[in-house]
Design a binder for this molecule. Structure first.
Ligand code: FAD
Length: 304
């Protein structure tokens, strides 16, 4: 727990981030979780995954930006990404973070920039998955998802099972027919608002997953937790819900060992494939989730 807290704290450290993101050695070590620094790297990975039957969601990394120029750059990057998805006929959605589109300093700018991405995605056609960030962003993120859904339809919201408020948020999204990605939640939130133990988080995840299977629109279950995956599959089977009505989602590089069995069992699996230069906070959250990754990283560092 202490290590997780420390890693999440470091994930927000700007000085360390600047130093690490420009280090060639660090970049080599991140290859397991990040497709590469450039759009072409992500496209190559996406084509390979599509080729074996996996669906993809592409994420051009970035978050917590502080200037209009950075928002414009993010918007441009997503338009280029959508151009490639259309041109190559890739089976991929896109995932983005609102703090990458300036939510932290201008709601108006964020809304307009994201809307242009959502509109372009609709013409591909594909959809935009709006990642959920830390608690301070939740209300504004859900509000934007609702507005985008009303205006364009092709968005998916994210619900974090560790938040105690998530039952109400999920009910609201289901009522409006908005597709949901359900995940555990990757940030550090206090016990007053978030479940802290694995058992509580799993319990809430399953409760919400059942609601999504009963009355959600094409839900995505984003987890590598085999206990949850098994229980969700059992529930769907018992309720007679076909595998085409939902999908599982995993992060690129995390459980390569499981991917093949999903396909063999006729299940839909979408991999979240991040790319780009701003990889540091994403990478640190992956270390925090699974501190054993830190050992692997250190082993690689001292090899040879
Ligand atoms: C597709 C996708 C999208 C997501 N989007 C969001 C989002 O928008 N907002 C948000 O807050 N969170 C998001 N997350 C992260 C999520 O909230 C969790 O932090 C993360 O998935 C770990 O939880 P878990 O359900 O996999 O269970 P865990 O209990 O953490 O992991 C289960 C098992 O999976 C393996 N595993 C898990 N993580 C790792 C790792 N990093 N490295 C190696 N092995 C690992 C281990 O074997 C572990 O025992 C997303 C996750 C996925 C898969």
């Amino acid at each position: 727990m202490l290590l997780r807290t420390a890693l999440l704290f470091l994930s927000r450290n700007r000085t360390l981030r600047r130093w690490v993101e420009t280090s060639a050695l660090a970049r080599r070590l991140t290859g397991r979780f990040i497709a590469g620094l450039h759009l072409e790297d992500a496209i190559a990975v996406c084509r390979r995954l599509n080729g074996v039957g996996l669906l993809v969601t592409l994420d051009c990394l970035g978050e917590e930006v502080t200037s209009v120029a950075e928002v414009e750059a993010a918007s441009k990057a997503y338009h280029a990404l959508l151009d490639s998805i259309e041109r190559l006929g890739l089976r991929s959605t896109v995932s983005l973070k609102l703090s990458q589109f300036g939510l932290g300093f201008s709601e108006r700018l964020c809304y307009d920039s994201v809307e242009s991405v959502v509109r372009r995605a609709a013409s591909v056609p594909t959809s935009v998955e709006v990642d959920m960030e830390s608690l301070g962003y939740v209300d504004r993120t859900l509000a934007l998802v609702v507005r985008m859904h009303e205006a364009h339809g092709n968005v998916r919201g994210v619900i974090q099972a560790y938040l105690k408020r998530s039952y109400d948020d999920l009910a609201m999204l289901c009522e409006r027919g908005i597709p949901v990605r359900l995940c555990k939640g990757a940030y550090r939130e206090p016990a007053s608002v978030a479940y802290q133990t694995r058992a509580e988080i799993r319990g809430n995840f399953l409760r919400l997953a059942r609601i999504l299977l009963d009355r959600g629109v094409y839900p995505g279950f984003a987890t590598h937790d085999e206990f949850l995956i098994r229980r969700i599959r059992e529930y769907a089977r018992e309720a007679g819900i076909p595998a085409s009505r939902y999908e599982f989602q995993m992060l690129y590089g995390v459980r390569r060992d499981l991917e093949r069995s999903f396909l063999e069992d006729g299940l839909r699996l979408r991999l979240y494939v991040p790319y780009g230069e701003a990889w540091y906070p994403y990478f640190m959250r992956r270390l925090a989730e699974h501190p054993a990754n830190l050992l692997l990283l250190l082993k690689n560092l001292f090899r040879r």
